[in-house]
Design a protein around this ligand. Sequence first.
Ligand SMILES: [Fe+2]
Length: 272
Amino acid sequence: MKSQIKVLFFADLVGKPGRFVVSQMCKSLKEKYEADYVIANIENAAGGFGITPEMSRKIFSYGVDCQTSGNHIWDRMDILKYLDEQPKLLRPANYPPGCPGHGRYIADVNGVKIGVLNLMGRTYMKDVDCPFRVADKELGIIREQTDIVIIDFHAEVTSEKQAMAYYLDGRVSAVIGTHTHVQTADETVSERGTAYITDVGMTGPHDSILGMAKVPSLDRFLTAMPKRFTCAKDDIKISGVLLTISASDGAAEGIERFKIDYGSVAESDLNE
Ligand SMILES: [Fe+2]
């Protein structure tokens, strides 16, 4: 059995450019980093709002092993049934009971079990159940099978993300922040073996406002009127982190941040 497990985590995929760059680069990055497992947050994959079952299936076919999400997971109605059927597409575990889908997945990678848990913050977000107490409950279940636990903590504010990392310090392999789409430069591994980054950033068009075309997004601030958002196209980057984790006790040994340029692609060439 391997002594280390390497996990690639791709930051929030936005729209067609985000899906396209993963289709082009996932397998080569997996090879380059010798990654055993690939996680991607996909909640903005459908034009910035949610994901469809067909898109989710395609993203799995590009080499992504587990998909996480957040507040936008409910944006496409046709995802609801698929969420119940596909255990490797997660929605935050702290949505109240009665919501479709699953918040945790435990993978078996050549005999090594990897737990993935999706949680969502509450500050400036929906008033979901307490992510800290749900983390305790979920860890009780996951750690019966494995000490390797990677958390996608989908939250708005830095303080809540740092608080979660402190709360779970030494109890999980990694707390990876998602949702803000702006990559932070604070990746670290604690003395107790928990890797952390406040936000992994965005996989998609960076000549944008959080992945959306700039003009309607700016207009919303200038006029306070609702505007129809469209996905931006240019300056495509694939962002994320590579986690190195001890296979024996689940302690993180490294976290490496990346943001790789793909450039701009004519819309007609964004063929996945
Ligand atoms: Fe989000």
